[in-house]
Every structure is written in C-alpha cells, then in structure tokens.
Design a binder for this molecule. Structure first.
Ligand code: RIB
Length: 306
C-alpha cells in the first residue's frame, strides 16, 4: 500500500553552537551547513528508506531543486510534485553541543498548496493507500477531509504545534502522531502520564503514537497499548529524529507488523539518526537498522504491552 505525503520541504541552514543564543545576545557559531530538511521531506525519506512506496506531494521553489533530487535519490516518487518560481521553505536551526536543536521556520512554497492541486493529486494517487500530513504546509485540514472522503487512510503528524491544529478534523484520522507538547495542545490540558489515554478517549477511532524524545514512545490502537524506552546513545544532532520515528512507524503499521515490532524498528532507526549530523541525510536505511538488530550493537529496550 503506497503513502502519499503532502509534505513540506525545507532548506535547513544549520548553525552549531555550544548553547542556544539568548535574548539580546550576539553569538559566534562553530560551523554552518546547508542541508535538505522539512518534516515532510524527512518523513517521506524515512518511510522510503524503511521500505515503503512513497509519493511526495508539495511545492518546491526555484531554489529547491536539490531537495527534489534528495527525495528521488531515496527512492521517493516526485512525479506528483509542483514547482514554483517563488522561494522554497527554509529553516534556521541551532544545534547545541547537547545535540538538542531549536528551529525557526519560513513557510515559502510550503504554504502555496491550492485546493485544485490537492484534488488533482488525490485523483492521480487513486483510492488505495495512506495519506500522510505534517503541520508545515497550508490546507492540512482540507486535505484530511478530502482524503478521508475518498476512503483513503489518513495520518497526521501534528508537528509543529500551532493553534490551527485544533481546527483540523482529527476525528477523521486513522493515525495521529504527536509529541507531548502537541498532544497536550490538542487535548487542551497539561502534559501528564495519562496523556495518551486521554487522547485515545477523545479520538477512539484513531491509532495514536506519542513520542517522548529520550524517554521513548507510547502508542495505542483499538485499545491495545504499547510503550518502549529509547536506546542509550550519544546524541550528536537530534534533528529529524522524530521524523525518522514517524516514517519507520508508519512503515510498520502499513506492513501490519505488530506494535512491538514496529516500535522496535522506529526506536533503532531514530537512535541511528541522532548519532549523525543533519536532517534527511541522517536517516538510516532499513538495512542499517536490521544490521543493528541482528548484531545487537544497541541495547533495544523491551516493549511493554497492555
Ligand atoms: O523535524 C526536523 C525538521 O524540522 C527540519 O529538517 C526542519 O526543516 C524543520 O522542518
């Protein structure tokens, strides 16, 4: 079953710093690199490297040719994409010595999807498959409605969180993927240990994946809960770790792997990702993940199910 990802593409401007710049501070940086990124592009590449057939939909700007080439090199089908004479989306990313990042986004052509393009793309994709979305493009709510009306399965990674998310028809989703901030924003409450359960009660039809960063991840589908910790590794750069987790997780779901097996794959994939600098370029292939599992080079936490 193929994935159609209406996803953002960003030119990532990455600055290595010891610590994040403070308000009012001017700071020298240790290095500067330009990478391919965007939560959409990263998740297309993660799902494709996991083994899914992925079609990426979205708009690349006049400066975004290398982003499209990056998708193609990972085996993603870009034939449904559009190009524009405007500038692509970009991100200004600080990566601190801790491996943590902070990110400023400029939407560019990621905010230029039109309903006519969405309709044409859904028609061309056909009636069988999975539509994936993140919150870095415009028309997210409309695409959920249109895809669900066509009988397609729909997954939303509600990142990054903005108040717009609360107006999306989340009850029409088959999978909702959130971190704690996004989950609490959607539910309208504080982050606590019952967040996943409260999301599941609010959206009983949807499977829900809650990522917890270095504390691992939890998920629920049809009343079946599972959770996993994270592999203990030295993080160099956590950029795209969540995207890697999402892409591998969806691959597992679409292959009807068990939740336990799916969580293990996604956990190892994101542990490999954080040990490498960059975004899309740091996402491992399935062969790399399988090698780690076969050789036992990482201690993969046990999956708990209830
Ligand atoms: O999730 C990481 C991504 O967030 C980066 O590649 C950046 O482009 C932002 O979209």
């Amino acid at each position: 079953m193929p994935i159609l990802n209406f996803g953002s593409l960003n030119i990532d401007h990455v600055y290595r710093v010891d610590n994040f710049v403070l308000p009012g501070e001017t700071k020298h940086t240790k290095s500067y690199t330009i990478n391919s990124g965007g939560k959409g592009l990263n998740q297309s590449i993660a799902a494709a490297r996991a083994g899914s057939q992925v079609f990426h939909a979205g708009v690349a700007g006049r400066d975004g040719g290398f982003l499209v080439e990056m998708l193609q090199a990972a085996g993603v089908d870009t034939s449904l994409m559009q190009t524009s004479a405007e500038v692509s989306g970009h991100a200004i990313i600080q990566v601190a010595d801790s491996g943590q990042n902070c990110i400023l986004l400029y939407g560019g052509t990621n905010q230029m999807l039109t309903e006519a393009y969405v309709d044409r793309t859904l028609d061309a994709f056909g009636g069988d498959g999975f539509v994936l979305l993140q919150n870095e493009t415009n028309l997210v709510g409309k695409i959920i409605e249109k895809a669900a009306a066509k009988g397609l399965q729909v997954a939303l990674n509600a990142a990054p969180y903005s108040e717009d998310v609360n107006a999306y028809p989340i009850d029409q989703l088959d999978w909702l993927i959130v971190n704690e901030v996004e989950g609490a924003g959607i539910i309208g409450g504080a982050v606590d240990e019952n967040l996943l359960q409260r999301l599941a009660e609010r959206y009983p039809k949807a499977g829900i994946l809650l990522t917890l960063g270095s504390r691992g991840a939890q998920c629920v589908q049809n009343g079946h809960y599972a959770s996993i910790g994270s592999c203990k590794v030295q993080a160099v750069d956590t950029t795209a770790a969540g995207d890697t987790f999402s892409g591998y997780f969806l691959f597992g779901v679409m292959q009807s792997l068990s939740l336990a097996e799916t969580l293990r794959l996604a956990t190892v994939a994101s542990a490999l990702c954080v040990q490498r600098p960059g975004a899309a370029n740091s996402i491992p292939t399935r062969a790399e993940v399988e090698q780690v599992l076969a050789e036992g080079t990482l201690q993969v936490p046990e999956v708990l199910e209830w």
